[in-house]
Write a protein that binds this ligand. Sequence first.
Ligand code: ATP
Ligand code: MG
Length: 138
Amino acid sequence: MSNRTFTMIKPDAFAAGHIGSILKHIEAAGFKIIAMKAIRLSAEKAGEFYAVHKERPFYGELVEFMSSGPIVAAILEKENAVADFRTLIGATNPAQAADGTIRKLYAKSVGENAVHGSDSDENAAIEGSFFFSAFERI
Ligand code: ATP
Ligand code: MG
């Protein structure tokens, strides 16, 4: 079990001014910020990040959305980080997300769902390295 996960505050939540509120939830849940930056992904970079979904019908829409405006990318640390962060953000579709979760509170739709959270320790490491060099981490 790793103690790190990777997150993005997606363009919908960034544009709506929810960065501060979302970071507050994350810190209140006991996660420490190990690395963080605001950045805008090109369509090419967004496509590369979500390449695992290349064959899915929503891939084009997802790439377009994720490159539509700036995001916040961050590496977070906590015991059992990956699983606990997925619990904190809630289901992919905010209509199915539990009360009090970040997606229930801030997501607009299954596509524009406010935050990303890694789904495994392996992907957390890959995704963190996609955005941050060793020099940029605490
Ligand atoms: P994420 O990887 O962003 O944390 P997730 O792991 O909950 O989300 P995935 O199945 O990995 O969900 O889907 C990746 C992203 O693709 C979703 O967060 C959402 O933005 C988008 N997506 C997933 N399903 C759909 C769909 N049916 N229609 C439109 N967009 C979708
Ligand atoms: Mg996912």
